[in-house]
Design a protein around this ligand. Structure first.
Ligand code: G6P
Length: 480
């Protein structure tokens, strides 16, 4: 770790300076997989963030001299590439203005709501788009600087959709993959985007454009067919320059074995028992864990639960709902509004239905380490995952990985990508509050044998198609 100015590095310099520093495998994502931490002696260090993506890619990166290109999380700061935990990390700087326009604006107030069915109103601003183009160009240059001849580059997610074609123009020798972690919308919605054709062309610079679900891949191919008139066959899109690009689903997953092992640690089991006790040892613990995001259907699920308690369908002496909402994108207006709405709703439900020392909802606006999450998954009985639209939803899979006793129930929105694989969950439509209430009751009233049957089948799925399988399926196709 040696932060200092790097703005002027150009490709030749990088090549001359450290031929051995060039990477045969490059991952590019909006964020680097590290967090900056301040140690007790006030020095600053980096810690690898424990996400599934980095866990899956570490072995590939180590084997192939990999590098990860991404923003390091603070504005107006330019850092030199550095090595952390054996990973070569290449920070991309963002100014305060780019943070507002490229990240909070175009990425999270235009593309994010538009790609999630327009569940919040997407805003379109030309300055945001200009900033998105600039930042995508900067990422492209950093990748081109670090990638060895013929290297494989894997670009991640909606913040970087222009990178594949920009990179191909600079470096036609590279193999380029792209994976979209969020939904790809139906063409009727996608068409609202003033820069729709640039986005499609941007993505088509990749050899493989990966999506979470077959429906996402089909939406993309349809947009390409209708807007650009490029035909596709068996997922392969024929391009005017003679190349072909494959648009296909690769549903992402988690490090299932790792999560299970974590949940089985004695300290985590102990903590799970503590959590149950702290919640008053109720008969049923319902659990929701989400980023505080309007796509997650948090209000809908709390309303459904509150009504069941108010109507006496669930006994307030027997049930508790633990809702964790991790702070997210707090400077974006829609997220601020949502926080206030949820604060109000939680206050109202507890105010109406609570008794002295007993509240049906425990609401935590905070983020927790993996150990605490594993303890919550273990402590819960009914996991409630009700997004209005979600690319995959890994929380649903993490809960399943932690249930080595094959008990517990998963209530899952049919609008989460995970519903394509977890067909034995209790599937719900989050817009249908009565339907959701009925499914919650069904999950509670089913026999333990029925819940076990469902859980067994879902565990088989999650342990077979884990994050390693996802990465190797994608990279094997890309290597062909
Ligand atoms: C989603 C996106 C990711 C993003 C994450 C956290 O999962 O698909 O690309 O990194 O949310 O959001 P943030 O804006 O904090 O990076």
């Amino acid at each position: 770790m040696n932060p200092s100015s790097t703005d002027s590095a150009d490709r030749d310099q990088a090549a001359d300076g450290a031929a051995s520093g060039l990477a045969n495998f490059v991952v590019a994502a909006n964020r680097l997989p590290v967090d900056r931490v301040t140690l007790p002696d006030d020095t600053v260090a980096w810690r690898t963030s424990p996400g599934g993506l980095v866990t899956a890619l570490i072995p590939v990166m180590r084997a192939q001299q990999g590098a990860w290109v991404g923003w390091h999380g603070a504005p107006d700061e330019t850092l030199e590439p550095f090595v952390e935990d054996g990973l070569q990390l290449v920070p991309v700087p963002l100014s305060t203005q780019e943070l507002a326009e490229y990240y909070e604006g175009m990425s999270n107030a235009t593309l994010w709501p538009l790609y999630h069915d327009g569940v919040a109103f997407p805003e379109f601003h030309r300055e945001w788009w200009d900033s998105y183009v600039d930042v995508n160009q900067r990422f492209t240059k950093q990748i081109a600087d670090i990638a060895a001849e013929g290297a494989t580059v894997w670009v991640q997610d909606y913040q970087l959709q222009l990178v594949p074609s920009l990179l191909r123009a600079l470096r036609p020798d590279l193999r380029i993959g792209f994976f979209n972690h969020i939904p790809f919308p139906p063409v009727e919605l996608f068409n609202q985007l003033p820069w729709r054709d640039q986005i499609l062309q941007g993505l088509l610079g990749a050899d493989i454009v990966g999506f979470q679900t077959p429906a996402g891949a089909a939406n993309f191919r349809q947009a390409v067919r209708l807007r650009l008139r490029y035909e596709s066959k068996a997922g392969w899109i024929g391009l005017p320059d003679g190349r072909r690009a494959l648009a296909k689903a690769y549903p992402i997953s988690i490090d299932a074995a790792g999560f299970q092992a974590l949940a089985q640690q004695p300290d985590v089991q102990q903590r799970a028992a503590e959590i149950r006790a702290e919640l008053g040892n109720p008969r049923w613990i319902f659990l929701g864990i989400d980023r505080l995001d309007y796509t997650k259907g948090i209000k809908q699920r709390l309303r459904a639960f509150g009504e069941l308690v108010a109507e006496g369908e669930l006994d307030s002496d027997e049930v508790v709902f633990l809702q964790v909402a991790t702070p997210s994108r707090e400077r974006v207006e829609e997220y601020r509004l949502l926080r206030d709405e949820i604060d109000r709703l939680v206050g109202r439900i507890n105010g109406d239905l609570g008794k002295i020392g007993v509240q049906p909802l425990t609401y935590l606006h905070s983020s927790y380490p993996r150990e605490e999450m594993a303890a919550m998954y273990t402590a819960a009985d009914i996991m409630v995952v009700t997004p209005l639209r979600d690319g995959m939803n890994l929380v649903a899979k993490e809960f399943i990985a932690c249930r080595s006793n094959n008990d517990g129930a998963l209530i899952l929105s049919e609008f989460a990508g995970a519903a394509q694989e977890l067909k034995q969950s209790y599937l719900i439509n989050p817009y249908d509050i009565n339907g959701m209430k009925a499914r919650m009751l069904e999950a509670v009233n089913d026999s333990p044998k029925e819940r076990t049957r469902r859980m067994r089948s879902m565990r088989k799925q999650v342990f077979t198609y884990d994050i390693d399988r996802w990465a190797s399926d994608f990279l094997t196709d890309l290597g062909r």
